[in-house]
Design a protein around this ligand. Sequence first.
Ligand code: AMP
Length: 288
Amino acid sequence: MRIVTSPMEMRSACRGYQRGVVEQSLGLVPTMGALHEGHLSLVRASRERCDRTVASIFVNPLQFGPTEDFARYPRTFEEDCTLLEQEGVDILFAPTPAEMYPTAMQTVVDVPEIGGRLDGASRQGHFRGVATVVSKLFNIVQPDYAFFGQKDAAQVAVLRAMVRDLNYGLEVVVCPTVRRNNGLAMSSRNRYLTECEGRDAQALSRSLRHVEDAVANGERSVAHLRSSMMGDLKSSGSLRVDYADLVHPETLESVEELLPETLVAVAAWVGKTRLVDNCIVDLGEATS
Ligand code: AMP
């Protein structure tokens, strides 16, 4: 696996694939490192679909608020390299902040409406930072496919809108959320949790499962589903709910009636750690 840190070098390496004697399809898997099975599932999806796979590791300062965990975000570069090498990644792009942002940014990518909902409502500027860095990665790597996790459903909605609005010539591929046996969605931030918090954190996935079960059993009242979710989450000691909502999966607007496919999304602080999770409730499946 080749490791590249300079955007210029990365660009010419990717061009080499695209302009070779035989054109090769290119998949990009953007990450912030501290890799786990969720990230590796994206790499595997890219390897299946594309001739070449680029993974990136970049803890993007632009998407962290001043009181958030940028400085203490887990960084495990050596282990990450070993995992990506084992998975057959062709190039790892791992720039430093100075390489990505050599001068103060004059240009940003903002998706203000969608990017102001769910996580965007409590993390001011977060999705502007995400859209800007992903846009830069798309321009540097110029992939045919970009792989993201359903775990971050709001991010998916923001990036799909960006790709559509700005005519990026690539396909966004969304991969299912990888979970532990106890239901907890895998996340780099799970490393922050104490054993006790880890147990409390299971309330997120449990609240989603209860919504799925209720809908499968015929419950159709969104108000009832919302309040039962809140009840589940509040019953867990150290949890502080940020949002627990049923929304349109593309616009992220709250819904008052179930759609054919409704995104059920939750975010909560467990101690000092903010976790997110979600599921899609599919009325077609619930009634079949
Ligand atoms: P991050 O390193 O947290 O920025 O995540 C990089 C990518 O991995 C994003 O597209 C995430 O949605 C995805 N991802 C993170 N956790 C999971 C998971 N448990 N299952 C599937 N994808 C995930």
